[in-house]
Design a binder for this molecule. Structure first.
Ligand code: PXP
Length: 235
C-alpha cells in the first residue's frame, strides 16, 4: 500500500509566525527520500497554511505524485488547470472548520462535481473524491466520472472501542464496492501509527493520505524517521 504524506502542517508552523520557515518544499523532498510515494497539500480558500506559491513550487519539485485537495469551486479549478498537479482530490470545505469535516456529498453537489471533474480530467489531471464510507457516494462518484475515491477513515479513527469494528467494516465495504466499480481506492483522515493496522490490511485500498500524525511525530523524531516508520507499517 502506498503512502502519500500530507505536509499542510509544515506550512501551519510557518504561518504561526508568518515566517519563511519551515519550508514545505524541503519537507516534501525529505518525505520522498524517506519513501513517501506521494505528497498531498490542501489549498484552502482562506490560505491558512498552504499558499499558491507552495503549490507552484511543489509542482516543479515533487518527483512522485502531487495531489492537491481542494473545493470544487471555479477559483480552485482554475488554479489546478494552471498548476497541473498529478491528481486533484475534491473535498468539502467550511471556512471555520479545524480540519475537513466528513466527505463530499457527491449526490447533493452533483452539478459542481461533474463540471470540475470533466474540466480537470480533460486537462489530464486525475480526479479523486473524498467521500464518507457510503455506497451511494461510491456509486455517485463513479457516475460523475471520477478516477478514484478517497474513503474517509475519520469515523473509524474517532470511534469508541465498541463501535470501531462497525466503522472499519463500513470502510472495507465501501472500498470493495469502489474497487469493483473500477475506481481506484484511496483512504485517509485521522490515521495514526496506532490505528493504521486494520486499515492497512484492507487489500482494495491502494494508497493512504496521512498528515497530522506523521508531522506530529516528525516534530519529535525528525521527518525522515517518521515517514520511514509509517512506510514500514504499510508493508
Ligand atoms: N484526506 C483528506 C481529504 C484530508 O482533508 C486530510 C486532512 O487534510 C487528510 C486526508 C489527512 O488527515 P490527517 O491529517 O488526519 O492525517
Amino acid at each position: 500500500m502506498r503512502l502519500a504524506v500530507n505536509i499542510d502542517h509544515i506550512a501551519t508552523i510557518r504561518e504561526a509566525r508568518k515566517a519563511r520557515e519551515p519550508e514545505p518544499i524541503a519537507a516534501a523532498l525529505l518525505a520522498e527520500l524517506a519513501g513517501a510515494q506521494g505528497i498531498t497539500v490542501h489549498l484552502r480558500g482562506d490560505r491558512r497554511h498552504i499558499k499558491d506559491r507552495d503549490v507552484e513550487l511543489l509542482r516543479q519539485m515533487v518527483a512522485t505524485k502531487l495531489n492537491i485537495e481542494m473545493a470544487a469551486t471555479e477559483e480552485m479549478t482554475g488554479i489546478a488547470l494552471r498548476v497541473r498537479p498529478d491528481q486533484v482530490t475534491l473535498v468539502p470545505e467550511q471556512p471555520h472548520e479545524i480540519t475537513t469535516q466528513g466527505g463530499l456529498d457527491v449526490v447533493a453537489n452533483r452539478a459542481a462535481v461533474i463540471g470540475a471533474t470533466r474540466r480537470l480530467r480533460e486537462a489530464g489531471i486525475r480526479v479523486s473524491i473524498f467521500i464518507d464510507p457510503d455506497e451511494a457516494q461510491v456509486a455517485a462518484s463513479k457516475e460523475v466520472g471520477a478516477d478514484a475515491v478517497e474513503i474517509n477513515t475519520g469515523g473509524y479513527a474517532d470511534a469508541s472501542p465498541s463501535s470501531r469494528a462497525a466503522r472499519l467494516a463500513e470502510v472495507r465495504r465501501s472500498a470493495e464496492a469502489a474497487s469493483a466499480s473500477g475506481l481506484e481506492v484511496l483512504a485517509g483522515h485521522g490515521l495514526t501509527y496506532f490505528n493504521i493496522g486494520p486499515v492497512a490490511s484492507i487489500r482494495t485500498i491502494e494508497e493512504l493520505n496521512i498528515g497530522h500524525s506523521i508531522i506530529s511525530r516528525a516534530s519529535l523524531v525528525g521527518l525522515e524517521r517518521a515517514v520511514r516508520e509509517m512506510v514500514e507499517l504499510l508493508r
